[in-house]
Design a protein around this ligand. Structure first.
Ligand SMILES: C[S@@+](CC[C@H](N)C(=O)[O-])C[C@H]1O[C@@H](n2cnc3c(N)ncnc32)[C@H](O)[C@@H]1O
Length: 236
């Protein structure tokens, strides 16, 4: 399993506070959305080494992190801050209607059997529950940015070339010693898949860098790498 082989490099790359996208783009709006949901019991799907669970610690009565990568779950348990379970999104070891919020923080693109995983998210959320997603944009994964989707124009400037956008496909992502398979899917795939399962969209954003003046700001704000979506299961 490629995530297990990359676990040590991942832990090193995230450090205590997470990488740039997490610290400077996603954490603040994701925490704001969780706080607004006022969850009692929350599941972080594909929690990795558990950093986001620890950020939520004081906000949620019961935070559960789930991940299939043994070394990442072991690291999460060492650092604490939540109850950590080894398991896969497509076969959740939880009772139906047992969570108020499910979070997927940059993990949907790592899940191959996405239809089974979305069925499971729908099953474990209770009526009125929220599914909060941070995902890479489809145009970022279609350009395979981390695998070198950049091309150089005649004047030396760089551009991202988007290819096969509408066609779901596997991509190899490699950075900082991490080498994993991701799954490119267009935005329409996720919209249809969630609408088909009865979810209702209640929030959508393409967040900008939260630190004006940072050297990475121009690239991140030129074409956002991430989207945030929040979907709700209708109340009974
Ligand atoms: C990019 S990391 C994100 C980790 C964490 N959510 C974060 O933002 O730091 C993707 C995670 O998805 C997990 N993953 C891969 N396949 C999965 C599956 N079938 N079900 C649940 N998680 C999975 C990996 O083990 C990895 O920890």
């Amino acid at each position: 399993m490629d995530w297990e082989k990359s676990a040590a490099a991942w832990i090193e790359a995230q450090g205590e506070h997470g990488d740039f996208s997490r610290r400077r783009v996603l954490d603040a709006p994701m925490i704001e959305r969780v706080r607004a949901c006022r969850p009692r019991r929350l599941l972080d799907l594909g929690c990795g080494e558990g950093r986001f669970c620890r950020l939520l610690d004081s906000m949620v009565a019961e935070c559960v992190g789930l991940d299939p990568t043994p070394s990442l779950i072991a690291r999460a348990r060492d650092l604490g801050g939540a109850h950590f379970v080894e398991g896969r999104a497509e076969n959740l070891p939880f009772e139906s209607a047992s969570f108020d919020v499910v979070v997927s923080y940059l993990s949907l693109l790592d899940i191959e059997k996405i239809d089974a995983a979305l069925d499971e998210v729908r099953r474990v959320l209770h009526p009125g529950g929220h599914f909060l997603i941070a995902n890479l944009t489809g145009f970022a994964t279609a350009a395979d940015i981390k695998g070198g989707g950049w091309s150089v124009r005649a004047d030396g400037s760089r551009e991202i070339v988007v290819q096969r956008y509408l066609e779901p496909h596997a991509i190899l992502s490699e950075w900082k010693g991490i080498s994993v398979t991701n799954w490119h899917r267009p935005l329409s795939f996720y919209m249809r898949a969630l609408l088909d399962r009865g979810f209702q969209l209640c929030h959508f954003d393409e967040p900008a860098v939260v630190n004006p003046g940072h050297p990475k700001e121009a690239a991140y704000n030129n074409a956002p790498y991430q989207q945030i979506m929040e979907w709700q299961v209708p109340s009974l």
